[in-house]
Design a protein around this ligand. Sequence first.
Ligand code: URA
Length: 436
Amino acid sequence: MNTVDIINQVVLKNKLSKEQIVYFVKEAVSGKIPDYQVAAFLMAVRCQGLSNNNTSILTREMEFSGDVINLSGIKGVKLDKHSTGGVGDKASLIIVPLVAACGGKVAKLSGKGLGHTGGTIDKLESIPGFNTEIDIDKFSEIVNSVGGAIIGATGNLVPADKMFYALRDVTASVESISLIASSIMSKKLASGADAILLDVKCGSGAFMKTPQTAKELAEVMIHIGRDNGKKMAAFITNMDIPLGYNIGNALEVEESIRTLKNIGPEDLTHECVEAAGVMLYLGGKVDSVEAGENRAKQALFDGSAFAKFREIVQAQGGDLSYIDNTTKLLGNKKSYDVVSLESGFINKMDTLEIGMSSVMLKAGRVTKTDKLDYLAGITIYKKTGDKIKKGQKLATLYAQDESLFPAAADRFLKAFVIDSKLDEENIWPLMLHKIV
Ligand code: URA
């Protein structure tokens, strides 16, 4: 097998054989193919793409490049959801207990945040005592008894993705549908769930900037999942504005708690109910997505979703006094109001920049080793489409280190475009597309 030939086949847009892909992934991970050839392959894929069939084979080889998680100890259909990442996206914190409260079994493996997007694990770790490093036997036991648990991926899971992602990151080859799909789906397949709901975020705060490319990515991932025997569904949702109003770890847990008590923001509540409806349907708990949505609404209304969240927090070692008293969770921190410099309609929010201003407050990381301020973040009061007056509050920034406020506020303000006339075309619906 010749590596140069494999790269050349991709450059020429010729299909690769299964043997070529198997060889490439194995030899790359074992270090026998040098980094410069792996990087050349990845760049060739970024420029020319791979067929769906080749992407599916690549994903499977990546999945088995390291450990795979065995969830056979969990009884029933094991459900998972994955978001491609966004700003203020705390939906997993709500969906896991919500689905569990309705009888689903949710075994959720999550990651830490990097760059402008937050990570579910960081959010949960803002609850003192919450343990996200539980072994698989204990994890399965909690999912069986409580109905849901959320842990970070440990062990040697998909080393091929770690290697490929590190090279893609420094060679401008992250933004490729085949490579994003194989990266996400190899990890999801290795995580062992039977049914997966994908939430592909779209807009200024997401990898995919347009609904068309987001839909294309969702379709490729669904194809890979179904090819590997998984039940799959996908949402394409609006990340041209942040989800909900709180950004930052403890702040997002607090907003999730309100949502679980049925007093949360409308967009977040709506997305979580729709997601729960689909997951309950995929898990065979209801006969239709609509029936699942109704069941989820009931669980928010009757308090069982919030009660389930408390059970999960308790099972994973979290201190419930922070859940029952969110003032304690939000802690002692400094605040800084950002006011609008002009009057008019908000016609755009650059959500990536808003995410980056929260990173400047230490709510997120620039590099993997950065230390977080769990209390830091932003509460926004106005979103795209809203009217604002000069001097009116747009947001409040929070951090323990107040020296961070001026630069973060400057970046935050620059993310807004305010005009005298409302540009209706800029206002996207929350749910851009659904594939069930
Ligand atoms: N998330 C991933 O896990 N991989 C990508 O390539 C992009 C987003």
